[in-house]
Design a protein around this ligand. Sequence first.
Ligand code: NAD
Length: 511
Amino acid sequence: MAHGAPLSEAPIRPVISVKNPATGAPVADYPVADREAVAAAAARARRAQPGWAAVGFAERARILRQVRDKLVDEKDRICAVVSGETGKPHHDVITNELLFLCDAIGFWGKRAARYLSDERARPHLLKNKRAYVSYHPYPVVGIIGPWNFPFNLTIGEAIPALMAGCTVIIKPSEVTPGSALLGAELAAAAGLPSGVLQVVTGYGETGQHVIDFADMICFTGSVATGRKVAERCGQLLKPVTLELGGKDPMIVLRDADLERASSACVYGGLVNAGQVCISVERVYVEEPVYDAFVQKVVDKVRHVRQGPPGAGLVEVGAMTFPPQIDKVERHVADAMAHGARVLVGGKRRTDLPGLYFEPTVLVDVNHDMDVMRDETFGPVIPIMRVRDEEEAIHLANDSRYGLDASVWTKDLARGARVARRVQSGAVCVNDVMVNFAVTEVPMGGWKESGVGHRHGPGGIRKFCAQQTVVIDRFGTRSEINWWPMTPRKVKLFRRVLNLFGSGWRRKLLGS
Ligand code: NAD
């Protein structure tokens, strides 16, 4: 194995063979970390953590800024590795992985100390007490990541945990293990102390070992795996956050700016070949603007360039994971069998060696079709005509998911009103996906899209055990509720209880 030392001490077999999805060419073989290997990584992390916590926020931020410099300097190598195992264009690695990650380093570096400083509370009742809450980093955080943003959703997810003073063990997707390994290697070369950030590669079983040995789990992936992770964490009573799938609706109201909305629809539906948890997965357009909107989307999709990352500038590259392109094919076939029409695209490309599905627009779709109900996670934009705002909201909410959504209108008050009624962890008005870049506010799912969130103050506090400290201010000899209990005290407490009741009769005359 080329990157990092952690696994070299453990008994391992090279059994993950990664292929470039854009070309089909072999990329590399990676080891599968077994239980002993993960236990050893956790032991190293536990040894490293007290020192990492002790250096303090300013020093951790300084080291992470060094890491950021390294990432900036090595951007071409990172692009090559990430693109080589995902099939995405290099510019997508810059815009949708590295920019977010480098921004996150500055964001958490500046705010971690404030978000994790002791929080004072004024007791409303017991004025003779002082109280505050303090945050204690979980020593070892396990991050289990997906393949769609294999750099940002592994190394990027680790940044707030590292700033909090935790050590991190990443279990990247078996589909894309090289990205996180490279990230950890670059971080170590930039001065991150040994044992603070480790990567263990493997399949789901390795993920289960990480759950067993870490103190807190931060999982991003599918709903099906999320349930298994939650189950294991439930058995062990370990804290966990679950960032899961989505079926994000776009609601285009009759007064929308159709030019901007159609461009957003095309970008939001097709970026990263549609393999984004917060991509535009289904579109509802009010009747009066439906035809004009569809026409604009179709025209723009026809101009989208698709091809291998290295072959000139393309907007859409290959899909990453063979079963995923099969699923996209199934969704389109199911929709067509139920009466949907393909206006552009609609099939797997056979003129290229890799995993390419044509950018696709579907109309005459309805909620009996998989493409409107299940996460497609591919370059498919199904557009549905709706009578009015009410029907759009009703259909948007007719989903087991609730991750992100967008509402399009020139009337911002209307946009905010509609947003409030959409059952989703985030809603963008006149924009798509952009909430991911607004790190100040939480990003997490409702319904089956997850539990917990990233970003915002809670996005770093989740990596800490919370401790409440209550201090007696005056040091009196005893407290009134302490023993010995006396008839007078009993009478007094009964009177006090009566005061909680409503109406003077209850308050003053109660027994
Ligand atoms: P996945 O659930 O198949 O795998 C995710 C990770 O879980 C992988 O590392 C995998 O090896 C590991 N894993 C598998 N079984 C496990 C088990 N039993 N215990 C522990 N770990 C196990 O997901 P994927 O296909 O890699 O990613 C795509 C999914 O991720 C999509 O549904 C997408 O919407 C979702 N996603 C969500 C977000 C978000 O922020 N909400 C972001 C990106 C992707």
